[in-house]
Write a protein that binds this ligand. Structure first.
Ligand code: SAH
Length: 504
C-alpha cells in the first residue's frame, strides 16, 4: 500500500474572546480541517465550524497545567500531517505574537511538513478595541510596544525597563495578570510618571470583560485578584476610554441570557444577543419531531388542489410540510394556485426562501390578526389547510369555521421536551447567576417549568423572565412565574429590543 500523501498544517489565529474575530480565511481552513488542535484561550465555540467527523484536540491548560508540552504538540501536528491530514493549529489572538507559532513553524519546516499561517487579531489590538482604548491617537501616542509580562523567568530575554519606562507612546503588557505590581513598580522606578494612565482588561472581548482603570500610582488599590487572561495598557490613550467606550456600555453587556427555543432556531437570536454584549446560553426546552400520525397531512397533500389556501403559522410548519412533500418526491409545484398566508415575518421569510410568494401576511403576528385579514375577504364555503404542530391553539381554525370556512388541521410535526435542561444553565440558575430566561412560545414555558421542576421555580426570583408576546406571558403567569419583560413586537428582534429597554 502506498503511504498516504503528506497533509498540511495551518497555523490559524482565532483572535481574542469574541468568536467573530476569526478571519474569513481562518474559518475557511477550520471548515476544511481533518484535525483541529486548539489552545486554552481560543473560543471553543469556534470548533462547531469544523466538519462533524473532524478530530478536535485540546492542547491547552487544565487546572493550570498544560495537557501537552510544546514538544508533544509539535510531534502531534507533524504526525497527523504525515498521516495525510489537514491540520488546523488554532491559537488565541495571532500565532506569531507570544503564541509560539514561530517555534511550531520551525519544527514543521524541519520535519518537511508543508504549512501555512493565517494571522489573527492579536489581543493587544482586539482587546483594546473592546475596551474602548485606541492604541495610537493623534497627539497622544505615536507608537505602541507589545511586551511580555512574564519574561523574567526561564530563558526569555529580560525586559529593558529603563528603555521602556522612558519611551513615549503606548505600552501593552501581555501575560502580566499576576505580575501587575512588579510591572507598575519597575516602570515608576525607571522613570515613568506615576500619573500615567493605566487600564487592566480581563477576559477582553467576551461578556465577562472587566476593566480596571487608574494611574500607575492608584491602580494597585483597585485592580486586585486579576485572573488571566488579562492585559495591561499604559499611556495617555487610556483616558480616551471615557468617550470611546462602546462595548461595556451596551445595555445587555455581561448579561447571561438563557435561550429556551429549539436549538436549530436559536442561532440568530443568540447572535443578536451576543452583538449587544450579552452571553447567550443555549438551553433548548423543545425538540421538533415527526408527528405521531402523518395520516391527516398525507390526505391533505393528496388533495392540495381542492383547497383555496394554505396557512402557515410557524417556520417549523413550513419546514415540516416541505419535508413531507419531499419525502413523497413532490415539491413546491404542488402549491400552484393556492393562496398562501404566513403568520409572522420569519414564517413569511421561510416561505419566500422556497421561492414561493406569500399572498397574505397579517399586520400583527398572531392568529387573531390573520382572521381579520382573511375576514375582509370572504372565507365562507372555502377550504383551507393548516399544517402545524400536533398541539396548538384552536382559536384560528375554530373562528374560521364559524365564518363558514372548512379548515383541515394537519399535524406536520410535534414538539417534545428534551430529557434534561442544559446543566450549565441550571447551575447558573441555582447560583443566582442567570440574569435572564427567554420564552418564545407557550410550550417553551410549559416545558421549562416541567424540566426544572416546580420546586425550582423560586430560583427564578433573581432572574428576569422575558416573553415574546402576551400569550406566552399569560402562560408564564398562569404557571406562577413573575414576568418582567413582554415584547411589544412579537419576534425575537422585538424581544431583544424589549430586553435592551428593560436594562437601559
Ligand atoms: N497569541 C496571543 C497571545 C498569547 S499570550 C495573541 O496574539 O493575543 C496570552 C496572553 O494574551 C494573556 O496572558 C493575555 O495577556 C493576553 N490575552 C489573550 N486573550 C485575552 C483576552 N481575551 N483578554 C485579555 N487578555 C488576553
Amino acid at each position: 500500500m502506498a503511504p498516504p500523501e503528506t497533509g498540511k498544517v495551518v497555523l490559524v489565529g482565532a483572535g481574542p474572546g469574541d468568536e467573530g474575530l476569526i478571519t474569513v480565511l481562518g474559518k475557511t481552513w477550520l471548515q476544511r480541517a481533518d484535525v483541529v488542535v486548539y489552545d486554552h484561550l481560543v473560543n471553543a465555540a469556534l470548533n462547531r465550524f469544523a466538519k462533524p467527523d473532524a478530530e478536535i484536540i485540546y492542547a491547552g491548560k487544565k487546572a493550570g497545567h498544560s495537557t501537552l508540552s510544546q514538544e508533544e504538540i509539535n510531534s502531534l501536528i507533524i504526525d497527523k500531517a504525515r498521516a495525510g491530514k489537514t491540520v488546523v493549529r488554532l491559537k488565541g489572538g495571532d500565532p506569531f505574537i507570544f503564541g509560539r507559532g514561530g517555534e511550531e513553524a520551525e519544527a514543521l519546516k524541519q520535519a518537511g511538513i508543508p504549512f501555512a499561517v493565517v494571522p489573527g487579531v492579536t489581543s493587544p489590538v482586539g482587546v483594546s478595541a473592546y475596551a474602548g482604548v485606541p492604541l495610537t491617537h493623534r497627539g497622544l501616542a505615536t507608537n505602541v510596544s507589545i511586551i511580555t509580562g512574564s519574561s523574567e523567568k526561564g530563558d526569555d530575554l529580560p525586559i529593558e525597563w529603563e528603555k521602556i519606562a522612558t519611551r513615549s507612546g503606548t505600552l501593552v503588557f501581555l501575560m502580566g495578570a499576576r505580575k501587575l505590581p512588579r510591572i507598575v513598580e519597575n516602570l515608576v522606578r525607571h522613570g515613568k510618571p506615576a500619573s500615567t494612565p493605566i487600564a487592566v482588561v480581563q477576559w477582553g472581548a467576551t461578556p465577562r470583560q472587566k476593566t480596571w482603570t487608574g494611574t500607575l500610582e492608584t491602580i494597585l488599590d483597585s485592580a486586585q485578584e486579576i485572573q488571566p487572561p488579562a492585559l495591561t495598557i499604559i499611556g495617555e490613550v487610556v483616558n480616551l476610554k471615557q468617550t470611546v467606550d462602546w462595548y461595556e456600555t451596551q445595555p445587555l453587556f455581561g448579561k447571561t441570557v438563557a435561550v429556551t427555543r429549539a436549538g436549530e432556531q436559536s442561532e440568530s437570536f443568540m447572535e443578536m444577543l451576543r452583538e449587544r454584549g450579552a452571553e447567550p446560553l443555549s438551553a433548548p426546552v423543545i425538540e421538533t419531531h415527526p408527528p405521531k400520525d402523518y395520516g391527516p397531512l398525507d390526505t391533505a397533500i393528496a388533495k392540495l388542489e381542492s383547497y383555496e389556501g394554505i396557512i402557515f403559522t410557524s417556520v417549523n410548519g413550513v419546514r415540516w410540510f416541505m419535508r413531507r412533500l419531499h419525502e413523497k418526491e413532490l415539491d413546491v409545484r404542488e402549491l400552484k394556485g393556492l393562496q398562501i398566508s404566513a403568520i409572522g415575518p420569519k414564517t413569511e421569510r421561510a416561505v419566500r426562501d422556497l421561492g414561493v410568494r406569500v399572498d397574505l401576511v397579517p399586520e400583527k403576528f398572531v392568529a387573531e390578526s390573520l382572521l381579520e385579514s382573511l375576514g375582509k375577504e370572504s372565507v365562507k364555503g372555502k377550504r383551507y389547510l393548516l399544517p402545524r404542530a400536533a398541539v396548538a391553539r384552536e382559536l384560528l381554525p375554530e373562528e374560521m369555521r364559524q365564518l363558514g370556512a372548512e379548515v383541515d388541521v394537519a399535524p406536520a410535526y410535534q414538539t417534545l421536551a428534551p430529557d434534561e435542561f442544559n446543566p450549565d444553565a441550571l447551575d447558573r440558575l441555582e447560583q443566582g447567576a442567570l440574569d435572564v430566561v427567554t420564552f418564545t412560545s407557550s410550550s417553551t414555558v410549559i416545558n421549562f417549568v416541567d424540566l426544572i421542576g416546580a420546586d425550582r421555580k423560586a430560583l427564578l426570583e433573581k432572574t428576569v423572565v422575558a416573553c415574546i408576546g402576551p400569550v406566552t406571558a399569560q402562560t408564564a403567569r398562569d404557571l406562577g412565574l413573575n414576568v418582567a419583560v413582554v415584547a411589544e413586537v412579537y419576534t425575537v428582534d422585538g424581544l431583544t429590543a424589549a430586553l435592551e429597554d428593560y436594562f437601559r
